[in-house]
Design a protein around this ligand. Structure first.
Ligand code: AHR
Length: 633
């Protein structure tokens, strides 16, 4: 069989090489409704994508959070000071560990400490907002500065008059650097007058520095360049907060939504499963604001009693977790006279949000979770949520569950190699319509065969460091009928997963939009409400196509991909259309192994006007090229 297929493939390649032209005819603008969920984003805090990424906070370890607090990112400035983690002077129940600065009896001049940020911090000439809590016997100026870690250049200094005593006090200030730093190798430094506090200790906590944030996302908002990149995709939904990050590694830690609310002083640490502590600064409200500002439909993941270490909450203990999910929904959607609706209003959000999709858990088929998910976990959540919110669409976190009520969606995840992923091109065509599928996570993560820059991820298993061109073409074939790349972000200084959609460091000049990113944008911006038929005599492979029509925009979108074929002229004919202005947007790269990396974009995004010639519009689709022909009615 394999032999027959390969002869067939060779023949079709030969034919394409010789003829190199294909005709596609779209006989009608009618067809099946296209999913309203094309395309979207799956987001969780992984790869320092929240803290150290999209969440714009510049101070790392701002409140020494976590079960094993340490002085990561902090260091002394000047002589005669030592830094310590102190647990005797808690700032709040949520933030019990504080920074104690001991000043020697002989210290002189300005002394203090610095924060290195998340492997540096970018300095520009926009306004920054700094704040800190202080306790101790000190009356005098505290000087805040942004300075180069290479040569000490000070880009900005701001003095704050402090009158500290034995109560915690918060100080907030704003400043605007007069010059931008040439790179991100900078620190935030806090200095005070040693002579005023010799032989004593000062306590600091929740030291925060926010640059200008994206849109109106405010002081607890999103990093501009990363949010802009996501917004530009033009997706339809945001699935959050995970992913594994929803589930937690082991008891008692999972993403407890109610601990992510309100003043940062009340948000405890969440030791997430990706090896670092989440500050929870990017909390439930921040996610909802993000979804609002980008006009994304929220797909809310609720914790369903499975930890990644395989611990499952037994049936008799699950009720409080179900109640927590109900409370979360009431918090988001309830009127202000409900218990949780009132809490939301008290936080400044009286207007309820609308939640139409709730996913119960994440990948509950893994870690031994399927039997309990099948037997009671899914049902308990589903029944309770449906009883109170009958209009919400429930999504099971795995297609492996059976017997769910009609109308329940399933979340399908696939991480694959390019060749293999293309074999799933049409797998959803005959999917059980009673249980629609959301592809909540998909990516090519490994090369077909070893090629640089691959990474030996686990012994013997190769991963791509960045999305490759051939991998992106394979994704395009899969994505013609489905969605959501994962993970979204990667801090290049510390990460747990490759490849990723967007990579970055503290320096915005390093921000890298992968080839897969451009695919998401290409497809998300070119999708109609109706999937229309395409007639042709050609089989799929090496060319793939699908077409949609938008009544709203009076446009056809023909998605095209060439996976290991030869350069081919593709003519699209729409007999019903007399005129028609067309543009062809293509995504390509020098070869299949090409990838985008910091300051090295190899992919090409080209937009060309296509005049009608004869009965249709003809475009050239080179090997490993993805394109969308947009034809206006
Ligand atoms: O996207 C990275 C991880 O892959 C997600 O957290 C998890 O859902 C999947 O296994």
């Amino acid at each position: 069989m394999a032999r027959i297929i390969s002869i067939f493939q060779a023949l079709s390649l030969a034919l394409l090489a010789a003829g190199s032209s294909v005709k596609l005819t779209i006989p009608s603008e009618n067809g099946n409704a296209t999913s309203g969920m094309l395309y979207g984003l799956m987001y969780e805090d992984i790869n320092f994508s929240g803290d150290g990424g999209l969440y714009a906070e510049l101070i790392r370890n701002r409140a020494l959070q976590g079960p094993e607090p340490d002085l990561t990112a902090w260091r002394t400035h000047g002589s005669g000071v030592t830094l310590n983690v102190d647990t005797t002077e808690p700032l709040s129940d949520a933030l019990p560990n504080v920074l104690r600065v001991d000043i020697s009896p002989t210290a002189t001049g300005k002394v203090g400490f610095s924060n290195e940020g998340y492997w540096g911090m970018s300095v520009d000439t926009n306004q920054y907002k700094a704040s800190f809590y202080i306790k101790g016997d000190y009356k005098g100026d505290v000087e805040l500065s942004l300075r180069s870690d290479i040569d000490g250049t000070v880009f900005s200094t701001k003095s704050v008059a402090v009158r500290a005593n034995d109560e915690w006090k918060k100080y907030t200030t704003r400043f605007t650097p007069s010059a931008a730093a040439p790179n991100a190798n900078n620190t935030f430094t806090i200095l005070f007058d040693a002579e005023k506090v010799r032989g004593k200790s000062l306590y600091f906590n929740l030291i925060s520095l926010f640059p200008k944030t994206w849109s109106n996302s405010g002081t607890n908002g999103l990093r501009v360049d990363l949010a802009e990149a996501i917004d530009e995709i033009g997706g339809k939904f945001l699935r959050f907060p995970g992913g594994n990050n929803l589930e937690g590694q082991s008891p008692p830690y999972w993403w407890k939504w109610n601990e992510t609310l309100g003043d940062l002083i009340n948000r405890p640490a969440y030791p997430g499963p990706w090896g670092y502590v989440n500050t929870l600064g990017l909390g439930l409200i921040e996610y909802m604001r993000w979804a609002d500002l980008m006009d994304l439909e929220p797909i809310l993941g609720v914790y369903a009693g499975l930890y990644l270490d395989g611990t499952v909450v037994p049936e008799e203990d699950l009720a409080p977790y179900v109640q927590s999910a109900l409370d979360e929904l009431e918090f988001l959607t309830g009127p202000v006279d409900t218990k949780w609706g009132a809490v939301r209003a008290s936080l400044g959000y009286p207007k309820p949000w609308k939640i139409q999709y709730v996913e119960i858990g994440n990948e509950d088929n893994l870690w031994g979770g399927l039997p309990s998910y099948q037997e009671y976990r899914f049902d308990m959540f589903n029944e309770a949520i449906k009883a109170k919110y009958p209009d919400i669409t429930i999504i099971a976190s795995t297609p492996e569950i059976t017997g769910t009520p009609a109308g329940t969606w399933v979340d399908y995840h696939r991480y694959d190699k390019p060749d293999h992923l293309t074999t799933y091109f049409d797998q959803f065509d005959n999917w059980d319509r009673q249980h629609p599928v959301l592809v909540g996570e998909v990516a090519v993560i490994a090369p077909n065969e070893p090629n640089k820059p691959e990474v030996e991820w686990t012994p013997g298993a190769l991963r791509l460091a960045y999305p490759s061109m051939i991998g992106t073409v394979a994704e395009s074939i899969f994505l013609m009928g489905s969605t959501a790349y994962a993970p979204g972000f990667q801090n290049l200084n510390s990460y747990q997963w490759v490849p990723d959609l967007i990579s970055y460091t503290a320096d915005p000049a390093d921000t890298t939009l992968s080839i897969s990113y451009y695919l998401q944008k290409l497809f998300a911006q070119n999708v109609g409400e109706t999937t229309v038929p395409v007639e042709t005599t050609e089989p799929f492979r090496p060319l793939f196509w699908s077409a949609t029509y938008s009544k709203k925009h009076r446009e056809y979108y023909v998605k095209l991909a060439n996976y290991n074929g030869t350069s081919t002229d593709i003519t699209v004919e729409i007999p019903a259309l007399k005129g028609g202005k067309a543009t062809f947007t293509s995504l390509s790269a020098p070869n299949g192994h090409s990838y985008n990396s910091p300051r090295n974009v190899t992919s090409k995004w080209t937009v060309t006007d296509i005049p009608k010639a004869g009965k249709g519009w003809t475009v050239k689709l080179d090997n490993l090229m993805i394109g969308v022909l947009k034809i206006q009615k």
